[in-house]
Write a protein that binds this ligand. Structure first.
Ligand code: ATP
Length: 251
């Protein structure tokens, strides 16, 4: 493996005595978009929270840019370049758009000039946020709130952006806009993206590589161009038996 931003080695995690994620190993190459698919309750969110440091790693190890983060709390991983946009916890709804963006900068202890430069960068990338910068975030549309949440995470210039179901609850036309934003984050910033998605169609249209989880385990690693990828994913979703699985590998 070369140039892996993220490496998981036999990671297990969960909630107290409940183990949800079991013995998961994979690596994610720099500058790629990896989509984690799986049916409800497969453990996708639990895995992202574990990577972000919101849940402890019960066993195994996680390396970011080659260094173990096993003992690092969430704020240290944020400083190391991990951004996390959680599902349904997108923005501070009673705060203005600009206050939300400033909160994204807070964890990084940036000087005034640097904060101003990064706000300008966020507004260039998401012009709608500039128009609405004094509006209360709760008054934005769902798509605009998702863009604000992503912009807030990008203020810290992460190397690795974790996105939990970024298209959830969005109208199809807005899904397209958010998808384009994610593609640009990869292309223009070279940011590596690991995102959770339930829709196979959306996952295959944006992913460089697809991981499928089932009952807390990594059930398949594939490419969106694999001729049998839809069948494999559907078999896992509908519990239709086990196909020969590719050994977990890097993307
Ligand atoms: P979904 O797409 O429905 O969010 P998921 O693949 O993200 O599914 P998780 O949210 O990671 O799945 O949940 C995996 C399992 O962990 C489920 O059985 C869920 O009930 C359990 N779980 C989730 N959060 C908690 C919690 N705070 N305490 C205990 N168990 C939890």
């Amino acid at each position: 493996m070369t140039d892996a931003v993220l490496e998981l080695e036999h990671v297990s995690s969960g909630y107290g005595d409940l183990t949800v994620v079991r013995d998961v190993s994979f690596a994610v190459e720099s500058g790629s978009i990896t989509v984690l698919l799986g049916r409800n309750g497969a453990g996708k969110t639990t895995l992202l929270k574990t990577l972000a440091g919101l849940l402890p790693i019960a066993s195994g190890d996680v390396r970011i840019s080659g260094a173990s983060v096993r003992k690092q709390p969430a704020y240290q991983r944020t400083k190391r370049g991990v951004g996390f946009v959680q599902e349904n916890k997108r923005v501070f709804k009673r705060r203005s758009v600009e206050e939300n963006l400033r909160m994204g900068a807070y964890a990084h202890r940036l000087g005034h000039k640097e904060v101003a430069a990064r706000l300008e960068g966020a507004y260039e990338r998401f012009p709608v946020l500039l128009m609405k910068r004094r509006d209360v975030a709760g008054h934005l549309s769902g798509g605009q709130q998702q863009m604000l949440a992503i912009a807030q995470a990008l203020i810290g210039r992460p190397h690795l952006l974790l996105l939990d179901e970024p298209f959830s609850g969005l109208a199809p036309s807005i899904v397209h806009d958010v998808m384009e934003s994610i593609r640009r984050i990869k292309a223009e910033d070279g940011c590596t993206v690991l995102m959770v998605e339930q829709s196979v169609d959306l996952a295959l249209s944006i992913a460089d590589r697809v991981l499928v989880m089932d009952i807390g385990e990594l059930a398949h690693v594939g490419l969106p161009t694999d001729s049998d990828i839809r069948d494999v994913v559907e078999d896992i979703y509908f519990g239709r038996g086990v196909r020969p699985k590719e050994a977990p590998s890097s993307v």
